[in-house]
Write a protein that binds this ligand. Structure first.
Ligand code: GDP
Ligand code: MG
Length: 175
């Protein structure tokens, strides 16, 4: 279905459709929302339509490369991110709190990476507190509690996430 079209003049939408459909199916099987898969597919189609396929190249691999480029573009921050600089700048404001929120679908590594980031901050002598907000998932709180205990940082449970800023503002912090 995804044969190479060596020497074909320009890619047309109909050439791309089978590979785009396969791409959308793969993304949706990985729990990517339908609206997002649609947008990614449109962006990939727009970047390839009218382009000439390099000789001996498969449409499916061309689509795969275009999708990787689209994802890198979406995920590339628009401004430089320097967490340590931002934490120190926040520290200089009285009662200010620097909050990092990890949000994603289940099972992609939020808690694991949160523990790594906490460890890294501790290495830079920055106080850390962990707050669990995904309390609906079985084991989520226990998992975070274990990370917090091993890192020797404070840990609290909040439910739902909208209470997070309320919790701190009630205690006089700005966040
Ligand atoms: N191979 C691999 N597994 C990881 C990585 N980060 C997390 N995991 C594993 O993926 C699973 C889900 O991670 P978790 O941090 O609980 O995801 P969360 O649901 O987003 O908080 C756990 O079994 C982790 O050990 C990683 O970078 N590489
Ligand atoms: Mg988790």
């Amino acid at each position: 279905m995804f044969l190479s079209i060596a020497g074909k003049a320009n890619l047309e939408k109909s050439d791309l459709e089978p590979a785009l459909k396969a791409l959308k199916d793969r993304l949706m099987k990985k729990n990517v929302a339908e609206e997002i898969t649609e947008k990614l597919s449109e962006s990939v189609a727009a970047s390839l339509e009218g382009k000439k396929l390099a000789s001996f190249t498969r449409i499916s691999s061309t689509v795969q490369i275009a999708m990787e480029e689209a994802l890198v573009h979406i995920l590339t921050p628009r401004r430089s991110i320097d967490i340590l600089r931002d934490v120190h700048a926040t520290r200089e404001q009285k009662e200010a709190l620097y909050v990092v929120v990890f949000i994603s679908v289940d099972g992609v590594g939020k808690s694991t990476n949160l523990a790594k980031v906490a460890y890294w901050l501790l290495q830079h002598e920055i106080n850390v507190m962990m707050a669990a907000c995904d309390t609906f998932r079985s084991g989520a709180v226990e998992q975070l509690r274990t990370h917090a205990r091993r890192l020797q940082v404070e840990h609290l449970i909040l439910q739902p996430i909208t209470r997070l800023s309320g919790f701190f503002t009630q205690r006089g912090f700005v966040c």
